[in-house]
Design a protein around this ligand. Structure first.
Ligand SMILES: *Cc1c(COP(=O)(O)O)cnc(C)c1O
Length: 392
């Protein structure tokens, strides 16, 4: 029997990513493929760099999308900035900090872990203590928006501490970019990576990155070659650089880049400030509904991410059964817990295009129904109304 074309169902993606993709992005991706050195395409790449500089709030020349998902942006930062023997302090408050440790060790670096409770922001005092105890540290790394727990850390303060101790900084902004305030130049972040499938309303598979002049200096003066050929920025710059004539490095994912370009045009039209405000407004509405139902947030109010809502699963409730009802009866995907939080939390994303009033109301109505059907101890029939008041 011949296998037929694949037609995915139309879901509402309210998990930790990928999130709903804007129809404008999907349409842009279906436009004709060009050669990766076609002058028309090269012009689009220049626009893309400008749009990314706006999104990151930076003037950094070395700002571009890595041709692979957020994890590859993470790896690009570490393989270029960490040399064998380099000491790197990693502030870990969730799953993604653990991956940073893996990256450092695979680069031959020495990882010093500063642990914070999962569900809390990174504690600047702990970082300061670690910097004092390890004066030979070269790099400090942390996650701005921990998607595994829903916690937002104070990037500006953490970067300032690192600089006080002469360290470069690597910041994970995969979930924070476009969802909460992020100012690369003002906060003096040295290396930052993000992803397209969270608050940028684009398909998965690209990772915007940006490097400060200080970071570029370090990369140019490395004693050893970057161990990854594909991610060696000295080589990638030959294609994305612009100063010299572009040369073949790898075939860029042309149509995916059309999608990212469109998503950044949408962001520019909305403006960053309005995007941040929209994420907050929809979060507050969702929160009102969830709390009216009797559900509780994992993260304290002042450290919460508006785009990723981690909710404790009530005692005795089968969390997977609830997610299954949402998916099968409402075409709605929410996230399960990750790592140490597996089975204990739900993660409800309101990211990018998916952060809208309809999704807030649909999600609350669906949760009300699903939880009632499995006889969970919640207050029925009040969530949607509580949210609607906040959306007015
Ligand atoms: C999603 C995510 C990543 C990884 O991105 P992928 O595109 O899945 O590779 C890294 N860090 C954080 C904080 C994330 O949320």
């Amino acid at each position: 029997m011949a296998i037929k074309s694949f037609h995915p169902p139309q879901r509402i993606l309210m998990g930790p990513g990928p999130s709903d993709v804007s129809p404008r992005v999907l349409e842009a991706m279906s436009r004709p493929t060009l050669g990766h050195l076609d002058p028309v395409f090269v012009n689009m790449m220049d626009e893309m760099k400008e749009l990314l500089k706006y999104a990151f709030q930076t003037k950094n020349d070395l700002t571009m999308p890595v041709s692979a998902p957020g994890s590859a942006g993470m790896e690009t930062c570490f393989v270029n900035l960490v040399e064998p023997g380099d000491k790197v302090i990693i502030c870990q408050n969730g799953v993604f900090g653990g991956r940073m440790k893996e990256n450092v060790e695979r680069c031959g670096g020495v990882a010093v872990m500063v642990q914070d409770d999962w569900g809390r922001a990174v504690d600047p005092q702990k970082l300061e203590d670690a910097l004092k105890a390890n004066p030979d540290t070269k790099v400090v790394a942390f996650v701005h928006a921990e998607t595994s727990t829903g916690a937002l850390s104070d990037a500006k303060t953490l970067v300032a501490l690192a600089h006080k101790h002469n360290c470069l900084t690597i910041v994970d902004a995969v979930t924070s970019l476009a969802g909460v305030a992020l100012k690369v130049d003002e906060w003096e972040i040295d290396a930052i990576y993000s992803g397209t499938q969270k608050c940028l309303s684009c398909t998965p598979g690209l990772s915007p990155v940006s490097f400060s002049a200080r970071a570029v200096e370090k990369i140019k003066n490395r004693k050893s070659k970057v161990q990854s050929w594909f991610m060696d920025l000295n080589l990638v710059m030959g294609y994305w650089g612009g100063a010299t004539k572009r040369a073949y490095h790898h075939t860029a994912p042309i149509n995916s880049l059309y999608g990212l370009h469109e998503s950044l045009v949408i962001l520019q039209e909305e403006t960053l400030e309005k995007s941040w405000a929209r994420h907050m407004k929809n979060h507050l509405a969702l929160r009102a509904g969830l709390e009216a139902m009797g559900l509780k947030f994992v993260v304290p109010e002042s450290e919460r991410l508006p785009q990723l809502n981690a909710i404790s699963v009530p005692e005795g409730v089968d969390e997977a059964a609830v997610r299954n009802i949402l998916l099968s009866d409402y075409q709605l995907e929410i996230g399960a817990g990750l790592g140490a939080m597996a089975g204990k939390v739900w993660r409800i994303g309101l990211m990018g295009h998916a952060s809208n009033p309809r999704n807030v109301l649909v999600c609350l109505g669906a949760l009300d129904d699903a939880l009632s059907r499995i006889k969970a101890p919640i207050k029925r029939g009040v969530a949607v109304e509580a949210a609607r008041i906040k959306l007015a």
